[in-house]
Every structure is written in structure tokens, then in C-alpha cells.
Design a protein around this ligand. Structure first.
Ligand code: FES
Length: 205
């Protein structure tokens, strides 16, 4: 009997370390899988454009619009630089470090704009919208067609199409909402911001 009890004791003490080891191994596996998941999520964030939005523009009334690309990059955009049918990408002066501020400027005949364009936010036939696609944040481009009224703002990432003369409303592809308009004025010949965006820029939260 004594020897049986001693045997049981020996058996249970022999199993304790093995149980602890199993617990430790389980913990290790969980930690490892947690680490793998975290790395995977970080990788996905890197390769998939963020859908969560969260862009915070810092553009303010009075900011001059500056060429964001091309030969005149960094120079103020003069209204006379643009012909009807032209479009350029712009940043508010000194704020090009914030992607949320990027703006697409389009010049058309002043009487060619239709609702829901805010006509009081246009000057000299120049309208401005956020340059960030509302689908997955790519920068929108300009597709100039022989007829200005047929020209479109296009996002090449997934062929999102916006109508520049109708408040940048979506006319094709996956974008869920228009590009928000931003009011502009001409100050001493230079395109200047006259207020904030009509709504959130980029994909919604
Ligand atoms: S990111 Fe513009 S259409 Fe998808």
C-alpha cells in the first residue's frame, strides 16, 4: 500500500513538469501565432491602400494653389495659365507634405457647370475638387477629350470616373461618392483657396 502511494506520488510529480511544459508550449504557440498575425496585418496595411480614410486636410482660406507636378511644379497657378479643358494637380502653398490637401483643378466654360456643382465656389470657369479618389485613395487624373464637356476625372486604380462639370459626381466604377469640391477665388491673378472641402476627403471612415 505504502509502495503504491509512493508510486502514485512519483507518477504525479513526474507528470507535473510535463503539464507545465505543455502549458508553456501552448503559450509559445499562441504567442507565435499572435506575432505572425501582427506581421501579416502590418504587411497587408503596407500593400493594400488604406480603406479606413482618416485624411485630415490642413488647407485654409487664403492659401495659394501651387502646381504639384510638371514643369511649373512649386509655382503658383495663375488663372491665365489654364485654357478651357485644362486640368492640373495642385497643393496649397507650403502644405504639400499632407496628401489630404491634394486638389484637382479644372477649367471649363463658366456656363457649362451643372448641379450639384457649387457655382459660387467657382471663379473664371475654374473648379477645384479633392484629388483623392473616394474609393481607395489613389490620386485622380484628367482625361481630356476633344469636347471639354466630355472630359472626365478618372482614377486609374480601378477606373473610377467622375464628372467635373456636375460636382465630380461618380459616373462609373467603384467610388462610393463624389470628390468633395473646394471653393476657390482668383487673387491678383493667382488661384487661391476660399474655404474648406465640402466633405471628407478620400474613403470614408
Ligand atoms: S482607388 Fe480609385 S477607383 Fe479604386
Amino acid at each position: 500500500m505504502v509502495s503504491q502511494k509512493a508510486d502514485q506520488k512519483r507518477h504525479s510529480t513526474a507528470q507535473a513538469p510535463s503539464g507545465e511544459r505543455r502549458g508553456f508550449l501552448r503559450w509559445l504557440l499562441l504567442a507565435a501565432s499572435g506575432g505572425v498575425m501582427a506581421s501579416l496585418l502590418a504587411l497587408i496595411k503596407l500593400i493594400v491602400p488604406q480603406k479606413s480614410g482618416g485624411y485630415i486636410p490642413t488647407v485654409k482660406s487664403g492659401d495659394q494653389l501651387i502646381y504639384a507636378e510638371g514643369g511649373k511644379k512649386g509655382k503658383p497657378i495663375r488663372v491665365d495659365d489654364l485654357q478651357v479643358g485644362d486640368s492640373v494637380l495642385a497643393y496649397p502653398g507650403g502644405k504639400d507634405g499632407n496628401y489630404a490637401n491634394i486638389i484637382r483643378v479644372v477649367r471649363a466654360e463658366p456656363d457649362s457647370f451643372q448641379p450639384p456643382t457649387r457655382k459660387d465656389w467657382i471663379e473664371g470657369g475654374v473648379v477645384a475638387y479633392s484629388g483623392i479618389c473616394t474609393h481607395l485613395s489613389c490620386t485622380v487624373s484628367w482625361e481630356k477629350r476633344p469636347q471639354v464637356t466630355a472630359s472626365i476625372i478618372i482614377c486609374h486604380c480601378h477606373t473610377g470616373l467622375y464628372d467635373p462639370l456636375r460636382g465630380a459626381k461618380v459616373i462609373g466604377g467603384p467610388p462610393p461618392r463624389p470628390l468633395p469640391q473646394i471653393p476657390i477665388k482668383v487673387d491678383k491673378g493667382v488661384l487661391t483657396v476660399a474655404g474648406g472641402f465640402a466633405g471628407p476627403v478620400g474613403p470614408k471612415l
